[in-house]
Design a protein around this ligand. Sequence first.
Ligand code: EPU
Length: 302
Amino acid sequence: MRIESPRALAAIAEMGVERLAGASLAELTSLGIGGATDVLRVRRHHSLPALIQLLRAEGIEHRFLGGGTNVLIADGELPWVALQLVSPQPDVLIEGRSVWVDAAADLGRMVTTCAKKNLGGMEGLIGVPGTVGGALRMNAGAYGTEIGKFVREVDVYRAAAGVNETLRDGQISFEYRHTSFAPADIMLRARLELPEKPYAEILAGIRVCNEKRRASQPLNQKSAGCIFKNPPGGSAGRMIDGLGLKGFRVGDAMVSERHANFFVNAGRATCADMLGLIAEVRARVHAAHGCELEGEVIVWNA
Ligand code: EPU
């Protein structure tokens, strides 16, 4: 969607919001799939309420894009604009064992910044691509660590009600790849509390996780990480692999040869290719195991 109203364009510029006109979301997502729309890059959190109000008044729908690493987006001209937060610098502030981090900060960089101050615990998250905001929303996890475990408070803009709120410990529930944030909540900043650990020890842990990831995941191919959640007590990757589906494709969407729960864009995959592959694999797993795999990747195809 292109914003055309001169009044809206002037107001957006006045808010200091940068507009990438007709940007290709394929270039802003790790899957390399997604159509075109205006992307509004918000530098100052406090301009969000006015921006969202303006978009509502103009009848322009919007979606919030984080790092674009866990999302599958429709092709063609998209019927909404994408909003993206730009992190201030520095985006990580450390006081004792408390870490204040901006939602737009890169997750991996936050982990290493904390490590240099002898704060650890998050070694498993090192190779998870994306922003801290995205990691908070999905309760990102790997190698026995989930970000939710360290979160003490989160500043959110509750777009549905139009208010800023600080949610503390007991007000947020973090479950396996699921949180209690409302769909319209926009993560702004979080405070984490981390255990003290010597830098060398954290680095050793990071190396182990990097090795495991390199050995088992297709890191040099376009993907959105695992496409399905693991069913309770089971492994989606093992089930798909067991059906001999590695390398199986619909168009250019392909089940990774390295990890069967990673679906990769092996060329010029479309959103329809990827959705077709997801549906086919889900049906085959259901037929073989009677188990309905739940998606892990967010799909914006409507
Ligand atoms: N397996 C196979 N074939 C495959 C893939 C896996 O047999 O093609 C087997 C493995 O040998 C292992 C089991 O399945 O016995 C589990 O595999 P793995 O250790 O790779 O972990 P996973 O359960 O598939 C989860 C997370 C990953 C995270 C890793 C490491 C989910 C859906 N996935 O994968 O997270 O990186 O553990 O902790 O929970 C993501 O969320 O996008 C993601 C990649």
